[in-house]
Design a protein around this ligand. Structure first.
Ligand code: FPP
Length: 230
């Protein structure tokens, strides 16, 4: 599907972040297991990536799995991890859309990090396979928590004997080159931030919608973008 470019958007630099909530409720309403909701969520993420590319978004960052999500039932966690493998494996599609994969989360070799080896491999492979793309950067937050990111940045400043300035903290974030978030979207009627990109959303517009993540479509995405012009 090719969507018309919104001529009023800035041509470059726009950073949209998404808290993809409501997969479980989407499934429950249909009498399906929660895992089916996550599967639909992954499929819709692929669609949202296409929509964001068509709208000229430069950075799309999504909350794929938080440091708090590990307490979910084992089978659900396993399913969500397999969906990450599927997403990172969509290389043909990502390349066709000129999308570069990026990842933020607890570095694999640091104490407390929990990303399993097969997800680590999928992340590394996707980053390598899309490295030469020049279009939108799709950042997936996996094993991510914003307070952990900020504490680590402060600790790195201290161990390097650097004064803790805004620039120094920024330079020690998981992905320091990511610009500030312009627009944060959270689906499914929740109006919480849930420890997502607390530093980067300092000046973001926030769009809360009742839609579940699997139902976030181009029209709703455009309503969110419209906030930037108010
Ligand atoms: C919230 O739904 C979503 C998550 C826990 C994150 C997982 C997201 C996906 C599987 C979507 C695809 C994304 C990737 C990166 C593969 P929920 O279970 O909290 O929904 P509920 O609040 O309705 O129970």
């Amino acid at each position: 599907m090719v969507l018309p470019m919104n001529a009023t958007l800035p041509a470059t630099g726009l950073h949209v972040a998404c808290i993809m909530d409501g997969n479980g409720r989407w499934a429950r309403r249909r009498g399906l297991p929660r895992t089916a909701g996550h599967t639909a969520g992954e499929e819709n993420l692929a669609e949202v990536v296409r929509i964001a590319c068509a709208r000229g978004v430069s950075y799309l960052t999504v909350f794929g799995f938080s440091t708090e999500n590990w307490v979910r039932p084992k089978a659900e966690v396993r399913h969500i991890l397999s969906l990450h493998k599927r997403l990172f494996g969509r290389v043909e599609e990502l390349n066709a859309n000129n999308v570069r994969i990026n990842w933020i989360g607890r570095p694999f070799n640091e104490a407390g990090a929990r990303t399993p080896a097969f997800v680590q491999r999928a992340i590394r492979q996707a980053i390598a396979d899309t490295a030469s793309n020049t279009g939108m950067v799709l950042t997936v937050a996996f094993d991510y928590g914003s307070r952990a990111e900020l504490l680590r940045a402060a600790q790195l400043c201290i161990s390097a004997s650097e004064p803790i300035t805004q620039e120094a903290v920024q330079s020690h974030l998981y992905s320091p080159e990511l610009p500030n978030v312009d627009l944060l979207i959270r689906t499914s009627g929740e109006s919480r931030i849930s420890n997502f990109m607390l530093w980067q959303i300092a000046n973001a517009q926030v769009f809360f919608t009742e839609r579940s993540w699997p139902d976030l479509d181009a029209k709703e995405f455009d309503s969110a973008l419209a906030l930037l012009h108010k």
